[in-house]
Design a protein. Sequence first.
Length: 144
Amino acid sequence: MSMNVGEASSGGMMATINTTPLVDVMLVLLIIFLITIPVITKTVPLTLPKAVNIPTQTKPENITIAVDKEGNIYWNDRRVANRNELLGLVEAAAIKKPQPEIHIRGDKDARYEDIGRVMYAVQRGSILKVGFLTEPDHGVRGYR
């Protein structure tokens, strides 16, 4: 609230708002935020590992299970008749020393249910190392 100091003839109060203190407070708050934000965003200095896409080296003891779009299952390029035969093959592979890795290759048009059944058979057969084989993106997501 402000007052006129001067003529006595104008006996009323001035109806304008003095915004100078408001601007001063806002500038002080802006300076405080600019000073404290870099302090808040500091993190612990770490050297993060670099991700490298290394091609899979297929060892002779690795087993590849393929599932085509019709749901047919192949054990190292040999067709498996049913899930019970697949489970028997997985259990026989699980007792080998060292235990082989299972690589699952699924057709892009294969049903998730068919891949899930293969994963379930591998889990029931007690195989510890399971991986999925894919093809790299050729220019789709920036990879060349």
